[in-house]
Design a protein around this ligand. Structure first.
Ligand code: PMP
Length: 361
């Protein structure tokens, strides 16, 4: 038996990384993961189960879920052969980055942003060129384009609206990135439904655009795990080589189909409600002395805090409200993040923050 530590064979870059994870905390009011507060209605769950029951569970699903891609095409407004289905958009981040990033490759990331991007670039052996957001936490498109001039930059990744800042990009800004940079521009639209704009409209004109979507947020299916990637069909053919076979099971496909079919009558009205709640909630939190919400186009927002965000998050947790401490992110030393919940949850957030501010002044 060898004394060698088997971890010696793990790549040093991976040994140096910390896992992407979150403390396994829960609370009566959970507004820390930007989830949809409303579960799929029981009647729709029944419909999913009925369809799932009719499937042969002992048989693999198709290599390419053609029916699902057709539904997604109609739903998203893009061609079915330009769509890659994934077990959450996280998987498609891994697939796309795995096809592009290797030692020597650089990726431009505005920061702060979703931490998984940097994690995946590092796992695949590449390097990040981080571009700070502007002081008001909006995107600095000029600085991103300047950074992309460096040698060996193959990809710019933007999240719009951005997690965790809530700032979005518009058609003009994304078009600028797509025309001035000839590598891939990945636009992660995990929260686009709350913003009213999508980069999908730019796909017909730009072969270097990759759009990522998820069913975990506005679509309310975080527990089901589904996301999709939209891009030029030739590019999708290449990216598909890094996807594992049968990555989206029959049960998930049934749930996604039902969600798409009930977008107009069930999901869209909920999104509209969340947007109204968000606007009301930011106004109410802004009225508490000591807390300053950052304008957002997502279902979450940052709050600048007069007191240590770590202390505020702990005090909220003690009051049964789980929010997200983002103070370790670049530029966000004074901030925490809250997502919009039900009316009762939002009420609980406001009263807990009010009590915490009063205790400290
Ligand atoms: N992109 C962003 C910006 C996110 O915030 C998240 C979820 N936190 C994801 C992707 C991953 O979503 P999914 O559940 O589809 O893997």
């Amino acid at each position: 038996m060898s004394d060698r530590d088997p971890r010696d064979v793990i790549k040093p870059r991976i040994r140096a990384l910390k896992a992407y994870t979150l403390a396994p905390r829960t609370a009566p009011v959970k507004v820390n993961q930007n989830e949809n507060p409303w579960d799929l209605p029981p009647a729709l769950k029944e419909e999913v189960l009925e369809r799932a029951r009719a499937q042969p569970w002992s048989r693999y699903p198709a290599f390419i879920p053609a029916d699902l891609c057709e539904s997604l095409a109609g739903f998203a407004g893009w061609r079915a052969d330009g769509i890659l289905a994934g077990n959450g958009s996280n998987e498609l981040i891994q697939v796309a980055f795995g096809c592009v990033v290797e030692a020597g490759v650089k990726v431009v990331l505005p920061e702060p942003t979703f931490t998984l991007y940097r994690q995946m670039v590092t796992v695949f052996g590449g390097d990040v060129i981080g571009v700070p957001m502007r002081e008001d936490l909006s995107f600095d498109v000029d600085a991103m384009l300047a950074a992309a001039q460096a040698p060996d930059v193959k990809m710019i990744v933007v999240c719009s609206p951005n997690n965790p800042t809530g700032a979005g990009l518009d058609a003009v800004a994304v078009s600028r990135l797509l025309t001035a940079f000839d590598g891939l521009v990945v636009v992660d639209e995990a929260y686009h439904e709350f913003s009213g704009w999508s980069a999908v409209t730019l796909l017909p004109k730009h072969r270097n655009l990759v759009v990522l979507r998820t069913f975990s947020k506005a679509m309310g299916l975080a527990g089901v795990r589904f996301g999709c990637l939209l891009a030029d069909p030739d590019l999708v053919t290449e990216l598909d080589k890094a996807r594992l076979p049968y990555n989206v099971g029959r049960l998930t496909q049934a749930a996604v189909q039902v969600a798409i079919e009930h977008y107009d009558d069930v999901l869209k009205p909920r999104i509209d409600r969340l947007v109204r709640f968000r606007d009301a909630l930011t106004v109410r939190i802004g009225a508490i002395d000591g807390f300053d919400p950052v304008p957002t186009s997502a279902n979450f927002f940052l709050v600048r805090s007069r007191w240590s965000p770590t202390d505020v998050c702990e005090a909220m947790y003690e009051r049964g409200v789980l929010i997200r401490n983002v103070s370790a992110y670049p530029m966000l030393g004074e901030y925490f993040r809250v997502n919009v919940g039900t009316e009762d949850e939002n009420e609980a957030v406001v009263s807990a923050l009010t009590a915490i501010a009063q205790e400290r002044t």
